[in-house]
Design a protein around this ligand. Structure first.
Ligand SMILES: NC(=O)c1ccc[n+]([C@@H]2O[C@H](COP(=O)([O-])OP(=O)(O)OC[C@H]3O[C@@H](n4cnc5c(N)ncnc54)[C@H](OP(=O)(O)O)[C@@H]3O)[C@@H](O)[C@H]2O)c1
Length: 333
């Protein structure tokens, strides 16, 4: 085999808003494998909000930008087709060369996964970077305490749906989530164990949060920024905490003004941003705990899975518009 198929960036979106016209599936030469590398057949790949930032030229994001006329990359999970003494053929590995069907991966850049009898795709979702982000955000950035009342935004999404459930499992007394649309809002309470689900499209999030938590909240897990962050600053109690995870609503002309931050002073609020990769020391305890919760049936791991590389761009664009429940993945098997 000398070539594989991969999604290339054919053009940068001029206004930062990607469309199908900016991508193309093309053949990609498979490089010669050295003894320190693995040939991997990808089975699942992840599409993530941070990839939107990587389509631009700004260096503000926490990974490198995509290059025009080069293949995209991102988290993937695959099976080793040609291995070496360290990682034999047949092993499952997680790595960063997604958006393609086959990849030659440096052994040092591959993490061998023991699926422990759990469906493989969960190792890119609730047991992968998604779940780990939720865990680090709550435990480290948010310093979750027993009895906390917690608000999670984008709560029907990948990180949000796990953050809400983890918060409950780790001792929160009450968890409120927000999501776009009545169906997602009722999924939060009906299936994912949230105490309240707010449909932020049906009413302003500030009003929804006031109604859901008239006495305030202790911790806000922020996936959205903008109006959600302002609503949380207003709802937080004295010495409340914010774990800044992401800002998918990101700017735009209608962004609320920053002067709401005065609330952080008046209420002595701790606001802590975090990047998941800084917290690798928590990985073993995270995997043990989450595998245990899944085994015990205490955790619902939602995912939306598109089929095939030709649908990967649709999966990405749909996720940005809220077309996913739980982790958005593409099956390449
Ligand atoms: N700090 C870190 O290390 C780290 C690591 C991974 C991810 N993240 C961040 O975590 C957040 C969630 O990522 P994810 O992978 O779990 O994605 P996700 O939540 O599964 O998907 C994105 C969701 O965002 C919601 N959304 C889109 N536009 C919105 C808007 N204007 N206002 C409110 N909600 C909007 C949509 O849900 P609705 O239908 O509910 O609108 C959509 O389903 C992102 O901000 C991401 O950048 C941070």
């Amino acid at each position: 085999m000398t070539t594989t198929r991969a999604v290339f960036l054919s053009e940068r979106p001029a206004d930062g808003d990607p469309g199908p016209e900016h991508f193309e599936v093309r053949d990609l030469a498979i490089p010669e494998r050295t003894s320190g590398q693995l040939l991997v057949r990808n089975l699942f790949m992840s599409v993530d909000p941070s990839m939107r930032g990587r389509l631009g030229t700004s260096e503000m994001h926490y990974t490198t930008n995509f290059q025009v006329d080069a293949p995209l990359d991102g988290s993937a999970l695959g099976v080793v087709v040609e291995g070496n003494g360290e990682v034999p053929a047949g092993s499952y590995v997680r790595h960063r060369l997604g958006w393609r069907e086959h990849a030659v991966v440096d052994t040092a850049a591959a993490t061998v996964i023991d699926p422990r009898g759990i469906d493989l795709h969960h190792w890119l979702g609730v047991l992968g970077q998604t779940g780990f982000t939720a865990y680090c955000g709550l435990v480290r950035a948010g310093e979750l305490r027993s009895g906390d009342e917690v608000f999670v935004s984008a709560a029907a999404g990948a990180v949000g749906s796990t953050a809400g459930q983890f918060a409950k499992l780790l001792g929160a007394s009450r968890v409120i989530g927000s999501a776009g649309g009545a169906e997602k809002a009722s999924l939060l309470t009906g299936r994912l164990g949230f105490d309240v689900g707010i449909d932020y499209r049906a009413q302003p999030i500030g009003a929804g949060l006031r109604e859901a938590a008239p006495d305030g909240i202790d911790l806000y897990f922020d996936n959205v920024g903008g109006d959600h962050l302002v609503a949380a600053l207003t709802a937080l109690r004295l010495r409340g905490r914010i774990a800044l995870c992401g800002m998918i609503s990101n700017g735009g002309p209608d962004s609320p003004p920053i002067d709401h931050l005065m609330n952080a002073i008046l209420k002595r609020i701790t606001i802590r941003g975090f990047i998941v990769r800084d917290h690798e020391d928590l990985r073993p305890e995270f995997e043990d705990r989450v595998a245990g919760w899944l085994d015990a049936g205490e955790l619902v791991a939602e995912s939306t899975i598109y089929d095939g590389l030709d649908n990967a761009v649709d999966a990405f664009l749909s996720m940005l518009r809220g077309g996913n429940v739980g982790k958005m993945l593409v099956g390449l098997g």
